[in-house]
Each structure stands twice: as structure tokens, then as C-alpha cells.
Design a protein around this ligand. Structure first.
Ligand code: S3P
Length: 189
């Protein structure tokens, strides 16, 4: 969806923000920009932002990589689901989730039922470029990141497509993505 976002004034954004009655949850692949977009979105809506991966790390007193290494992915997914459920319960304004969270059926059902789910879609080339900047993602360590990200996009796309709002985030300014999300939420509410 392409919107005339330049027309959104601070007063209009404020009016939309006042109508939002639940958390906004950002889903999408690693490198889609969920955290950066999420922070900017929360800032414009004058609400708080929380990153679910950070919350998982805090709860476990361990990095995501360490959890994967020591206990495996299923254990991580279980903890991730419980942490996301708590964050939704705490009613944070904007929550960025890790790329695989929305693929887990129970986490997806919870997000769809209780929050405004926004899929940040992104082309594989941009995902590869952004994820190459930092090497902390366990799923990209064993193999060619471009191939892994292309496969994950194919596999996960049908799940992400269940989010009622979808915006594209490419190499353009992320401020545009944020405004598109606000417009789309306004229409969806
Ligand atoms: C994962 C994405 C990561 C993190 C973990 C697994 C995934 O989060 O939760 O490494 O399965 O796509 P980001 O999407 O924030 O990188």
C-alpha cells in the first residue's frame, strides 16, 4: 500500500495515537528494520518501545546466541513466547519481535488476537546488507546468509502474510515506513 504520508501532521498523528488501544507488534525477518522502525514509531506516537529479543536476554541473563548454543532453538522459542505474552500483558506501546516469533503458532495466535500486528516486508538484498553489519544472529552463522535469508523469506512469508498490516521497508528512508504504518493503522482501526 502506498499512502500520501507527507500529509500527516503532528496533530493527526496525535489523534491516531489516542485511538490506539493495544500494543503494536512488529514482525518480519532479521534485518527488516523492526527495532529501528519500532523506536521511531514509538517516538512519533509518544509511547514506549521494547525489543522482545532484549527482553528474552534480560529474562534469561544470557544472549540469544548463548540460549541457542546451550539449549537449542525449541527452548528459545518457548521462552520467547512467554516473554512476548508478558510484554503484551504489560501493554507496551510498540513491541519488536525476533524474526521467528510470529512463525510459532501460539505466539502468532496471541499477537493476532491481542495486538495490532504489522509485517515489515523487505527485499532479500537489503536484509543481507543490514544483517552483515553485526554477526550476532545464530541462524546466519552456518551457511551463506543470502541463501538462508532467501529460504527463510520463502518459508515464513505465508505466516507473516497473516498480519493485517503490511508495509514495505527497502533502502529508502525508514521515516517513510513509520508514517506508512501510522496511516495503515488509522485505516485499520
Ligand atoms: C531469529 C531472529 C532474531 C532472534 C534469533 C532468531 C529468527 O531476531 O530472535 O536470532 O528466527 O529469525 P531479529 O529478527 O531481531 O534479528
Amino acid at each position: 500500500m502506498r499512502c500520501d504520508t507527507a500529509a500527516l501532521t503532528p496533530a493527526q498523528i496525535g489523534a491516531i495515537a489516542r485511538r490506539i488501544d493495544r500494543s503494536i507488534v512488529l514482525v518480519g525477518l532479521m534485518g527488516a528494520g523492526k527495532s529501528t522502525v519500532g523506536r521511531k514509531l514509538a517516538n512519533l506516537l509518544q509511547t514506549d518501545f521494547i525489543d522482545a529479543d532484549d527482553a528474552v536476554e534480560q529474562a534469561a541473563a544470557m544472549t540469544v546466541s548463548e540460549i541457542f548454543e546451550r539449549f537449542g532453538e525449541p527452548h528459545f522459542r518457548d521462552g520467547e513466547r512467554r516473554v512476548i505474552a508478558r510484554l503484551i500483558e504489560e501493554r507496551h506501546g510498540v513491541i519488536a519481535t525476533g524474526g521467528g516469533a510470529f512463525v510459532e503458532p501460539r505466539t502468532r495466535a496471541l499477537i493476532l488476537e491481542r495486538t495490532i500486528a504489522v509485517y515489515i516486508d523487505c527485499d532479500v538484498a537489503t536484509l543481507v546488507e543490514r544483517t552483515a553489519r553485526r554477526g550476532h544472529r545464530p541462524l546466519l552463522r552456518n551457511g551463506n546468509p543470502a541463501e538462508i535469508l532467501a529460504r527463510l523469506k520463502r518459508e515464513r512469508e505465508p505466516f507473516y502474510a497473516e498480519a493485517p498490516i503490511r508495509v514495505a521497508s527497502g533502502s529508502g528512508p525508514q521515516h517513510d515506513t513509520v508514517l506508512q504504518i501510522i496511516e495503515a493503522i488509522d485505516q485499520w482501526l
